[in-house]
Design a protein around this ligand. Structure first.
Ligand SMILES: *Cc1c(COP(=O)(O)O)cnc(C)c1O
Length: 378
């Protein structure tokens, strides 16, 4: 089946008892058994829930997980934390030097307290990354495109390197979504998502998922999901699943609008620099074209005039809402150094103070451009 079809049908057969065409929100915490231990696949809702199961099946199919599968979690960070349980004291992981701030905070400030070591590395440079491995390196955390600098990591190259060194590769696929990029096709071991963003797509639910390509790793993740228990509730799973049904059409429009906004900004005299993988001026445009179906809905730019101008522009839009997060139908604007990336200030992940990040939504393109035109007026 094609992606669009799977997004609507995978794991989402009509309900066998009522014929309901959408998956019901199963709120039961426990399930009746015929005789002790004999049940219809569900015993207790932390272990398994039919609504969550539908979401997990859909995610696994969309990422192309093959023999593996997906576990859904209560947030993207809960998925990151589950992956943290794969590491033992003395293990080391490599983090990108540009990444979601919360990911860095979890490994640098939480897991490090449990004896797990970390280093940041510029993963856009394969030679530098190669030299960063040592015999304790068990895992490589990849984000591509990165947040907020929209750098790309060559997935095929990094997977080859990591596997040579005996390390697992985790790809945070939140920005691209499986519609634009499928890391398993490049040999990645795990895909992680904040489903809060494009997959949910409507800024109305927080969630996450880890997807494994291999059945043994999937069983391990299921064991961890049940043991640690960071599961999403059935209503949250249902909202995410509803979002996924329209992922393909939403992503096409996000990409259309972002391409138009990026070229508008690139030609604007009040803009010093535009970072968008779809622009020929992006240093990794060719890699983006090879690795992604299109270039996504996220744009970063620097206003001519520095930090105070960036703050003024971000506070002056009316269609773009000044807010954290991304990937919803509504356009958002933010200043990462003062908002989403405060947690990485003073670290190797620090971002420029004057950087503005846009999550380009699905409003009419003329309204989006008019809004930015007005906000950029000196
Ligand atoms: C938001 C985000 C996360 C964290 O997800 P939550 O759902 O907020 O816990 C992780 N990675 C990326 C790239 C994100 O944008």
């Amino acid at each position: 089946m094609h992606f669009e079809t799977d997004a609507i049908h995978a794991g989402q057969e009509p309900d066998p008892t009522t014929g309901a065409v959408t998956i019901p929100i199963n709120t039961a915490s426990t399930y009746a058994q015929e005789t002790p231990g004999a049940h219809r696949g569900y015993e207790y809702s932390r272990t398994g829930n039919p609504t969550r199961q539908a979401l997990e099946t859909a995610l696994a199919v969309l990422e192309g997980a093959g023999n593996g599968g997906a576990v859904a979690t209560a947030s993207g960070m809960a998925s990151t934390a589950l992956i943290g349980y794969l590491l033992a004291p003395g293990d080391r992981l490599l983090l990108p030097d540009d990444a979601y701030g919360g990911t860095f905070r979890f490994f640098a400030r939480v897991l490090s307290e449990h004896g797990v070591h970390w280093s940041t590395v510029d993963m856009t440079d394969t030679g530098v990354t190669d030299r960063a491995f040592d015999e304790h390196t068990r895992l490589v955390w990849v984000e591509t495109p990165t947040n907020p600098l929209l750098r790309l990591v060559d997935l095929a190259a990094i997977v080859e390197l990591a596997h040579e060194h005996g390390a697992l590769v985790v790809v945070d696929n939140t920005f691209a979504t499986p519609y634009l990029q499928r890391p398993f096709e490049y040999g990645a071991d795990l895909v992680v998502h904040s489903t809060t963003k494009y997959l949910g797509g409507h800024s109305d639910v927080v969630g996450g998922a880890v997807v494994a390509r291999d059945s043994e790793m999937f069983e391990r993740l299921k064991f961890l999901q049940n043991s640690a228990g960071p599961v999403p509730g059935p209503f949250d799973a249902w909202l995410t699943l509803r979002g996924i049904k329209t992922l393909a059409v939403r992503m096409e429009r996000h990409c259309d609008n972002a391409e138009a906004v990026a070229s508008f900004l690139e030609d604007h005299p009040q803009v010093a620099e535009v970072i968008y993988p779809g622009l020929a001026s992006h240093p990794q445009h060719a890699l983006a074209a090879r690795q992604m179906a299109r270039f996504g809905g996220m744009i970063s730019f620097r206003a001519a005039g520095g930090t105070s101008t960036a703050h003024r522009v971000a506070s002056s839009t009316s269609v773009f809402t000044l807010a954290e997060s991304l990937g919803g139908v509504e356009s958002l604007i933010e200043v990462p150094a003062a908002m989403t990336h405060l947690a990485v200030a003073g670290t190797s992940l620090e971002v420029p103070d004057d950087l503005i990040r846009l999550s380009v939504g699905l409003e009419h393109i003329d309204d989006l451009i008019d809004d930015l035109e007005r906000a950029l007026r000196p």
